[in-house]
Ligand binder design. Structure first.
Ligand code: GUN
Length: 295
């Protein structure tokens, strides 16, 4: 039997509806309008489309959003000055600096400069540390979106063998950490595979839940998964262009190969991606409520 397709777009839409209801309530009762600043440096097409999608969703939900698009030649000093301005702006509750940044800018310095109370990406060391300790903080959007997706799809994580492929700071490391925590959507036994892992297939074949965030198109094939595994594909790889000039996307999982063996699988696009954006909106709402003393 082919796998159930976990429709991230539909699940994300349901959460957006919940966020919209809460946004309307805090506007009506407290006159509070959450504000998000997005900062994009350079002209990377993938980053442009991600930031555009984030602003479009914010706009659709009635979140105030300010998009700052800066040339690739922007100095680190100038970027830090803009981040500082956003930190001091009371209309802005959440700040997102799209990554990756051009090579001449030190990403760590920039992420460190964001006020942790406005760090809706959850990338500031204060939030990373709190997440690690299981304390309340801004959770990184893609990892949090994956946990939410699994929970809402009715997939049991407690006691499950979870294998993560990829060890990035944005996905691999934090999702592994969240999945092992003693919390709803966690309590899993977690293995992290990476480019130096010996015999990766020996690990991935043990997974009840396989989370792939490796950045390599269609790298996971059917012979690398267990019969009935749940497969979460975080990869977004541009593998070509359609006749109309739109990017053709493929995940890190060979969907057509794996769909007959998995019990459930996320598609690309329409799986994890919409959840990432939705979690950003949720974090922006959380930031505004915290700033107003409502949390
Ligand atoms: N680049 C890839 N994913 C992300 C993300 O979740 N946030 C930011 N700021 N940059 C990214």
């Amino acid at each position: 039997m082919p796998a159930t397709i976990i429709n991230g777009a539909v699940i994300a839409q349901a959460i957006r509806q919940e966020i919209a209801t809460e946004l309307a309530a805090i506007k009506a009762h407290h006159g509070l309008l959450p504000g998000l600043a997005t900062i994009l440096v350079g002209e990377d097409p993938a980053s442009q489309s991600y930031v555009a999608a984030k602003n479009k969703t914010a706009h659709a939900l009635g979140i105030h959003s300010e998009q700052m698009t800066l040339p690739a030649t922007t100095s680190e000093e100038e970027l830090l000055r803009i981040v500082g301005q956003c930190n001091r702006n009371p209309a802005i509750h959440g700040i997102l600096v799209q990554l990756p940044l051009p090579g001449h800018i030190d990403e760590t310095e920039v992420l460190f400069a964001i006020d942790p109370a406005k760090d809706v990406d959850g990338f500031h060391p204060v939030n990373v540390g709190k997440m690690m300790l299981g304390q309340r903080c801004f959770l990184p959007c893609t990892p949090n979106g994956i946990l939410e997706l699994l929970q809402r799809a009715g997939i049991t994580t407690s006691g499950a063998e979870v294998v993560v492929v990829g060890r990035s700071n944005i996905v691999g490391k934090p999702v592994a950490n969240l999945m092992l925590q003693k919390r709803a959507g966690g309590n899993a036994t977690v293995t992290v595979c990476h480019t130096r892992t010996r015999d990766m297939a020996a690990h991935t074949r043990r997974a009840d839940i396989l989370i792939v965030a490796a950045g390599s198109a269609r790298m996971i094939k059917a012979d690398q998964i267990k019969q009935g595994a749940v497969v979460i594909d975080v990869g977004v790889n541009r593998v070509g262009q359609s006749a109309t000039g739109k990017a053709v996307l493929a995940g890190d999982v060979d969907f057509d190969d794996v769909v007959g063996k998995a019990s459930a699988i996320t598609p690309v696009p329409g799986g994890v991606g919409p959840m990432t954006i939705t979690m950003l909106m949720q974090n922006t709402l959380q930031a505004a409520k915290q700033a107003a003393g409502l949390l």
